[in-house]
Design a protein around this ligand. Structure first.
Ligand code: NAI
Length: 295
């Protein structure tokens, strides 16, 4: 099994590390515009692997041909927002990067499943899907899985136990919401407080350490694991909707079954009106952002 990573920065390299430790990987390829960084990360990961008696082939560089034959490619290439940069400036810059990455992936490894992580992730997932021309089950985004990990941690801190299901869905951003109707755990929590805490906690991490890294790395690993081990788990994922929940032609986070086929099914719950409206609100915000970018 081979994993590809486009973007060998903080999240790309750490998710490669997490996958390396937890999965049976034969080959890892890291591609980054910063060639030395990708080569250096590949070397460092090789040394980490040997420490647990694993000897996969790990390569790094700026040449996309390294990705050939990857089962899954995780895309974290892009910029983070810098002071003075508007949301739209960032989206424009990263959209340009994603278009370029899409073209190069299709030349090097057109069969791979692609997990998009670059922010604004839902918008970038749509652009990747459009530009690759791949079926929607093969191009999807990671965002709500991380949001849901943050939710689980917040619920636990408030005394919730045996958390069996706790999903955040919708935009990976301000309009995301908790799917309380399907949540399943023991104990009582303050719902309003929970959503506020989960929404702002990423900004708190970024303020203190500059980026979120381990949380996303584990969420990426969980999605890669579902694909390569065909677990058919339900994982909240940004998917191009084609009529589900009355939404189409936009990528937005919904519960999905992930297996060797990628997104094998969008799970359509009979949501209460409030949650359905919140999902449709996220979808319309994301459509507007896509329109701003010319899609
Ligand atoms: P980083 O700056 O550490 O890494 C980004 C890497 O992309 C850099 O190594 C850079 O050289 C590379 N890059 C830039 N342009 C490229 C191009 N044209 N081709 C190939 N590589 C290119 O950033 P970090 O912290 O790893 O974050 C990466 C992205 O992931 C950001 O957009 C961030 O906002 C997003 N993110 C998304 C999350 C989610 O839940 N969806 C969670 C955390 C981060």
């Amino acid at each position: 099994m081979k994993l590809g990573f486009v973007g060998a920065g903080r999240v790309g390299a750490t998710s490669a590390f997490t996958c390396l430790l937890n999965l049976d990987v034969e080959e890892i390829a890291l591609v980054d515009i910063a060639e030395d960084l990708a080569v250096g990360e590949a070397m460092d990961l090789t040394h980490a692997a040997a420490g647990v008696d694993k000897y996969p082939k790990i390569v790094g560089g700026s040449d996309y041909s390294l990705l050939k034959g990857s089962d899954v490619i995780v895309v974290t290439a892009g910029l983070a927002r810098k002071p003075g940069m508007t949301r739209l400036d960032l989206a424009n810059k990263n959209a340009g990067i994603i278009r370029d990455v899409a073209k190069k992936i299709m030349e090097a490894s057109p069969e791979s499943k692609i997990i998009v992580v670059t922010n604004p992730m839902d918008v970038m997932t749509y652009i990747m899907w459009k530009e690759t021309g791949k079926p929607r089950n093969e191009v999807f985004g990671m965002g709500n899985m991380l949001d849901s990990q943050r939710l689980k941690a917040t619920l636990f801190a408030q005394g919730a136990r045996n958390i069996r299901k706790a999903w955040i869905i919708g935009e990976h951003g301000d309009s995301m919401f908790i799917m309380w109707s399907q949540a399943d755990f023991d104990g009582e929590v303050d719902r309003e407080k929970t959503l506020e805490q989960v929404r702002f906690v990423a900004a708190e991490v970024i303020k203190r350490k500059g980026a979120t890294i381990y949380g996303p790395a584990v969420a990426i690993y969980r999605m890669v694991n579902a694909i390569v081990n065909d677990t058919k788990e339900e994982i909240p994922t940004s998917v191009i909707l084609q009529g589900e929940y009355g939404i189409e032609d936009v990528s937005v986070g919904v519960p999905a079954i992930i297996g060797s086929g990628g997104v094998e099914k969008v799970v359509e719950y009979d949501l209460p009106e409030e949650e359905l409206n919140a999902l449709r609100n996220s979808a319309s915000i994301l459509k507007e952002r896509l329109r701003e970018l010319g899609y």
